[in-house]
Design a protein around this ligand. Structure first.
Ligand code: 4AZ
Length: 535
C-alpha cells in the first residue's frame, strides 16, 4: 500500500501548474470558498508566511488541527484567522504559545496517524467565528454529505506521485462519508481505524497535501458542526482511496478539558495545627483522556492570601496564620483557560501552647512539671486533671503567672497519681478552650535504700562532738533527710542536728542516731550502731 503523507513545507501561491496524469485543479476538485461559510477556518503558517496546515477556531484562543501538523516549535508558527485569501492582509495574524497534541497521537503504520489531533493555543484571542465541535455522538453515517476546505495542493499526479501547488484562496468541496468497509478495504485494518477515523470522497474531489488539520464540517452555510480534521490518504481524488479524517466525536473529553475550564478538585480536608493549616485535596480526571491541570489555586478567603501550585500538588501547608479564628480555604483547579469552580472547607488554626514538658519528683507525693509555652500563648490557665485514679482532689483553674508567658509554667501537684500518669490540661483563658492535654509518664519511684551504713563518727567522750553520718543512699530523689539522737534507746528531745555535743549526762550511756530518708518512693529509717560514752 502506498500512503501519501506529504507535508507541503513551502507552498508557493503561484497558479497551479497542471501536472500530468490525474491532475485536477483546486483543493482537488473544489471551488473558491464562500468566506461567510468558513469564518472559523484557520491557516497555520511558518514565521515566513508559508501556509503548511489548516485548522478551525474552536474557542477564541484555541485552534483544532491535526497532530501531524506539529512540525515547528510554537514560537515558529503563526495562525491566520478571518481570511480566506492569504495574499490579502485581511483577518488576524496570531502568535502561538502551545501546541498540545492528542495524548494518544501515534503512527503504528507510517503515514496513517491515529488520534491525529492537536490543539493550538493562541497568545491572544481570535475574533473569528467559533465552530462547535461534534462530540459525544456517533460519527456521521456512511452516505452523509460533508464539506472540507483548505489551502493545500489543488492537484495530484498519480503517475509520479507528485502534488501540485497550494492556493492562496481557500478552496472548498463536498465529500461523502464512505462506508467503513470501503475505508478498510482501501487501506487495511492496520492503517484505517474505524474507531477514531472516517473516510470520505466524491469523484475527483478530495483534501490534499497542505489541507491537513483543516475542517471537515457538517451542515450548510455558516451553521456548521466540526466533524473531523483532514488527516491522511493515498494521493488525492483517487477513486480507490477516499481521504481520511480524524474524528472529533471520540475526543470530547480531551478537547473539552483542554479548551474549557478544568474539573474542580474532588475533595478537600484541612488539618489544624499551631498557626498553620495543612490542606489536602484530590483531583480526578473527569474522563480517561482529560488533560492534566496546569495547577491549583489555594485561597484563604478571610486574608485574601492566594497560593499558586503546580498540577501535581495535592497538599499545601499554610503557615503564619492567626490562631482561634475559623478560616475558609478554597482550592480551584487552573489551566490555560482559567480556573474551575472552587471547593472549600473551614478550619481553625489552633495554638499548641505546650511544646515540651518535663516532670520530676519534687518531694514525697509531689510532682513538678514544667511546660514550655508557645511564644503566642497568652492568658494561660492550668489545672491538674483529676481522674478517678488520682488521690488528690480536683484543683480549680489557676492563672499562670504573667511572666510565665511565653516561656514556662510550673505545675506542682499536691498528691500523686496512683498510676504515675499525670494529666495536665493547659487552656487559654479566652473562651476557656482546652488546647492541650499533656500526659506525663513518671517512672515508678523506688524507695530510699542505704548503700553504705549510717554510723557515728567522733570520740565518744564528754565534751567532744559526735557526728551522725548519713552514708550513701539510692532511690528516687529528691530525698528529705532528718535525724534524731537517742540515749539508751530514749529520744533526746530536740536533738535533731547532724552533730551532738556529748554531755556529762551521757557518761556511761549508749548513744545512737536514727536517720530518716523520705523520697517519692517512700520513707526509710536506719539507726547507727551504738556508741558508749566513757564514764
Ligand atoms: C497530506 O499529505 C494529505 N487525500 C492530506 C489528505 C490527503 C492526502 C494527503 C487525503 O496532508
Amino acid at each position: 500500500m502506498r500512503i501519501a503523507y506529504v507535508l507541503m513545507l513551502c507552498l508557493c501561491f503561484a497558479a497551479a501548474v497542471g501536472t500530468a496524469g490525474a491532475a485536477t485543479p483546486r483543493i482537488v476538485g473544489g471551488q473558491a470558498a464562500v468566506a461567510a461559510d468558513w469564518g472559523f477556518v484557520a491557516a497555520l503558517e511558518t514565521s515566513y508566511g508559508s501556509q503548511f496546515c489548516g485548522g478551525s477556531v474552536v474557542a477564541p484562543q484555541w485552534v483544532l488541527t491535526a497532530g501531524h501538523c506539529r512540525i515547528y516549535s510554537a514560537g515558529a508558527v503563526r495562525v491566520v484567522t478571518g481570511a480566506t485569501d492569504l495574499t490579502v492582509s485581511s483577518g488576524q495574524v496570531l502568535m502561538v504559545d502551545r501546541q498540545l497534541r492528542h495524548p494518544l497521537y501515534r503512527q503504528p503504520v507510517q503515514g496513517a496517524p491515529r488520534d491525529d489531533l492537536m490543539l493550538v493555543h493562541l497568545t491572544t484571542p481570535s475574533a473569528a467565528t467559533v465552530i462547535p465541535i461534534a462530540t459525544g455522538v456517533k460519527p456521521p453515517a456512511a452516505g452523509t454529505l460533508l464539506r472540507v476546505a483548505g489551502w493545500g495542493a489543488t492537484s495530484y499526479s498519480s503517475s509520479d506521485d507528485s502534488y501540485g501547488a497550494g492556493t492562496s484562496v481557500l478552496q472548498q468541496t463536498p465529500v461523502r462519508v464512505s462506508p467503513a468497509a470501503t475505508c478498510t478495504a482501501a487501506y487495511g485494518t492496520d492503517a484505517f481505524e474505524t474507531e477514531d477515523m472516517i473516510c470520505a470522497a466524491l469523484p475527483g474531489k478530495d483534501a490534499c497535501a497542505g489541507d491537513s488539520g483543516g475542517p471537515l464540517v457538517s451542515g450548510k452555510g455558516a451553521s456548521g458542526l466540526l466533524i473531523g480534521v483532514v488527516s491522511w490518504g493515498t494521493g488525492c481524488g483517487l477513486k480507490a482511496y477516499p481521504g481520511v479524517y480524524s474524528l472529533t466525536v471520540h475526543n470530547r473529553c480531551w478537547i473539552e478539558s483542554t479548551i474549557g475550564l478544568p474539573a474542580a478538585p474532588a475533595a478537600i480536608a484541612a488539618a489544624e495545627s499551631d498557626g498553620s493549616l495543612t490542606i489536602n485535596w484530590e483531583w480526578k480526571k473527569p474522563c480517561a483522556g482529560a488533560s492534566d491541570p496546569a495547577g491549583f489555586r489555594v485561597r484563604v478567603l478571610e486574608t485574601g492570601q492566594t497560593v499558586e501550585l503546580g498540577g501535581s500538588a495535592r497538599r499545601l501547608n499554610l503557615t503564619g496564620l492567626a490562631n482561634g479564628a475559623p478560616l475558609t480555604i478554597s482550592v480551584a483547579t487552573t489551566n490555560l483557560n482559567g480556573e474551575s469552580t472552587p471547593i472549600s472547607t473551614t478550619a481553625t488554626p489552633t495554638p499548641n501552647l505546650v511544646t515540651t514538658q518535663e516532670a520530676i519528683w519534687s518531694a514525697y507525693q509531689q510532682v513538678t512539671s514544667t511546660f514550655v509555652l508557645a511564644p503566642h500563648a497568652t492568658d494561660v490557665q492550668w489545672r491538674v486533671e483529676t481522674g478517678t485514679r488520682l488521690r488528690f482532689s480536683p484543683q480549680p483553674w489557676q492563672l499562670a503567672p504573667a511572666n510565665a508567658t511565653p516561656s514556662t509554667i510550673t505545675v506542682i501537684t499536691d498528691g500523686l497519681p496512683v498510676d504515675n500518669d499525670l494529666d495536665v490540661r493547659i487552656a487559654t483563658a479566652t473562651g476557656d478552650v482546652i488546647t492541650a492535654t499533656e500526659r506525663i509518664q513518671l517512672a515508678e519511684p523506688t524507695p530510699p535504700k542505704a548503700i553504705s551504713a549510717v554510723r557515728l563518727r567522733g570520740v565518744p567522750s564528754v565534751g567532744s562532738t559526735l557526728q551522725c553520718d548519713l552514708g550513701r543512699w539510692s532511690g528516687t530523689r529528691p530525698f528529705v533527710v532528718s535525724r534524731q539522737w537517742f540515749r539508751d534507746g530514749r529520744k533526746l528531745a530536740g536533738a535533731i542536728d547532724p552533730r551532738l555535743l556529748v554531755q556529762q549526762a551521757d557518761a556511761g550511756s549508749a548513744l545512737t542516731c536514727r536517720v530518716s530518708v523520705s523520697g517519692p518512693g517512700g520513707r526509710v529509717q536506719q539507726t547507727t550502731p551504738k556508741v558508749v560514752v566513757d564514764s
